[in-house]
Write a protein of this length. Sequence first.
Length: 148
Amino acid sequence: MADINQFLVGIKTKHLSYELHDGKELDLMISGNKPLAMFYEDADIEPSDSYIPEEEFDRLVDQGVACKGEYVVEGAVHPKTGRRIRTRYVLYARQDEQWRIPAMILVLKTMRRTSRGPDEGLDRMIGSLLGYTNDQNDEYISMGHYGP
């Protein structure tokens, strides 16, 4: 299920001069052009409903090419279901870039504790950890809504 943020990001990013990594993470990681891939979804969905390509990426882990990390965020209580909303992040890094997993988890924890809206610094960190260049991050940031 897409939320409004994904919709707005889609509108914003279709005007970028470079291609996003979405849907190409595995190939980019295998070719050495992506150091970290990050996926997220509802932590409480049935495994058969998951859209995270864990089987494909777990093969890289089994081969010693990549490593895997997970982080679950507890959110607010959903008003209709009465259950706490939980988001599961699954991260894969090339073996020589494994430091990026705890770094990204730190950024996610920081974002959760401090952000009340778009944060240029955190967005730059996320982009860099995911393998985007400084120029690509600059372009992405220039399309955002940052300020007081």
